[in-house]
Design a protein around this ligand. Structure first.
Ligand code: ZN
Length: 186
């Protein structure tokens, strides 16, 4: 009888110890994952990019979760910038055009591939430009400040603005405000 009880206690203790170790491992590995994710989501870029729109007025929507009038909140993968009417959209860095044309949701848009001083590849993306305003072609070399098109409201858009994204080599989108402004815009 005594042996049986100590066997039961032993089994219970064993389960508790294994359980504790297991949950500790889970916590540790999920922590590691978070750290890795955070590490991926940055770009080594020295200084700031120029604002990619002429006659910039204001930011109308920041990066990340936004809860507007919609019931379901959506994740905003870029930043919305507004300039004067018919403001031209400008490349923020030297690169090569990897896309120029229509994309569902984004309307007339342009993607540029860049390589930074550390040899890292990243992309910038410019959306909602006016019809027939795109002035660049896929494969074309581009220099900073070069005109890509004209601010518009094509695609899924409710008013004239530029939707601007910065994408890492793996196409993870990061907060462009960190690379445009001295202080992060809300
Ligand atoms: Zn947007």
């Amino acid at each position: 009888m005594k042996g049986k009880i100590s066997l039961i206690i032993g089994v219970v203790l064993f389960i508790l110890i294994v359980g504790a170790t297991y949950s500790k491992t889970m916590v540790t590995s999920s922590n590691n994952k978070t750290t890795t994710d955070e590490k991926i989501e940055e770009l080594n870029y020295k200084g700031k990019f120029p604002i990619p729109i002429e006659n910039f007025i204001k930011v109308t929507s920041g990066f990340g979760i936004r809860e507007g009038s919609q019931i379901v909140s959506t994740n905003h993968h870029g930043i919305d910038l507004v300039g004067n009417k018919d403001s031209r959209i400008l490349a923020v860095a030297n690169g090569i055009i990897t896309y120029s044309g229509w994309q569902s949701g984004y309307g007339n848009c342009v993607e540029i591939k860049h390589i930074n001083e550390d040899g890292e590849i990243f992309y910038t993306f410019y959306a909602h430009m006016q019809d027939d305003s795109l002035s660049v072609m896929e494969g074309q070399k581009i220099t900073v400040g070069q005109v890509l098109g004209v601010q518009g409201t094509t695609g899924n858009s409710t008013g004239d603005h530029l939707h601007f994204e910065i994408r890492l080599e793996n196409k993870t989108r990061i907060n462009p405000a960190l690379y445009l402004f001295e202080e992060m815009e809300e």
